[in-house]
Design a protein around this ligand. Structure first.
Ligand code: 13P
Length: 256
């Protein structure tokens, strides 16, 4: 039986100034009172809005994540943000390997591996994203691609606690397109990832790891997706930018 605590995380991408961040968080807190009881709720604002988000959350149930980090802790790396900086400002999590970073900013399995290492070294919980493109799915390469991303991303890293490690399966063709993976497609991918984790990290680690689904999750499809045995929550893009939709996903998905 699935006893893993669900997680719903909002990846705000490049949206929300500090004022917008403050307003959206206040709306979520006011309208969604008991959301944190059965579910871990995370939001990932852009770097410039993180301090404001942490202040607006004010010790409430919402945890704050960064959307990326650099693998070195400090140095001459213009434009980069390090793990100690993200930790110090008050983030608990960091998204790593999002397909938009792979697609537009040259992120590779090797850089993802170094970034997961940096997250763990700095006591940040990585939300490790992977997933196939449409061309890869159509060429019947979905599982081969996922296996490569998972094994190369993790490499030989020691992950002390599976509860402090999150995987997000995000098929690239479902991100921002309105085309959601069917619950069957998503469950098949999640079950595969959990099986592979068991091979590399052992059954116990695999059974404890939360695997989130991301790609056009909305309040009206959250329940069917999150009811699947190996889907432990969602990583939400567009719908996390509206308080009612984000709350609706948490309520529908976790049955609050
Ligand atoms: P959408 O929910 O907008 O499809 O985005 C998903 C995503 O990329 C979350 O990281």
């Amino acid at each position: 039986m699935n006893k893993r605590k669900p997680i719903v995380a909002g990846n705000w991408k490049m949206h929300n100034t500090t004022v917008e961040t403050h307003n959206l968080i206040k709306q979520i807190i006011t309208k969604g009172k008991n959301l944190g009881e059965n579910c871990e709720v995370i939001i990932a604002p852009p770097f410039t809005s993180i301090a404001c988000a942490i202040e607006a959350v004010g010790g409430n149930y919402i945890q704050v994540a960064a959307q990326d980090l650099f693998w070195e802790d400090k140095g001459a790396f213009t434009g980069q943000i390090s793990g100690p900086m993200i930790k110090e400002i008050g983030c608990s999590h960091v998204i790593i390997g999002h397909s938009e970073r792979r697609q537009y900013f040259g992120e590779t399995d090797e850089s993802v591996n170094k970034k997961i290492d940096a997250a763990i070294r700095n006591n940040l919980i990585p939300i490790f994203c992977l997933g196939e493109t449409l061309a890869e799915r159509e060429a019947d390469r979905t599982f081969e691609v996922m296996k490569r991303q998972l094994t190369m991303g993790l490499g030989s890293l020691v992950i002390p606690n599976a509860l402090n490690f999150i995987v997000a399966y995000e098929p690239v063709w479902a991100i921002g397109t309105g085309k959601t993976a069917s619950p069957e497609q998503a469950q098949e991918a999640h079950a595969f990832l959990r099986k592979e984790l068991a091979v590399f990290r052992g059954e116990d680690f695999a059974n404890k790891t939360r695997i989130l689904y991301g790609g056009s999750v909305k309040p009206d499809n959250a329940k069917d997706l999150m009811e699947c045995a190996d889907i432990d929550g969602g990583l939400i893009g567009g719908a996390s930018l509206k308080a009612e939709d984000f709350i609706g996903i948490i309520e529908q998905g976790t049955g609050i």
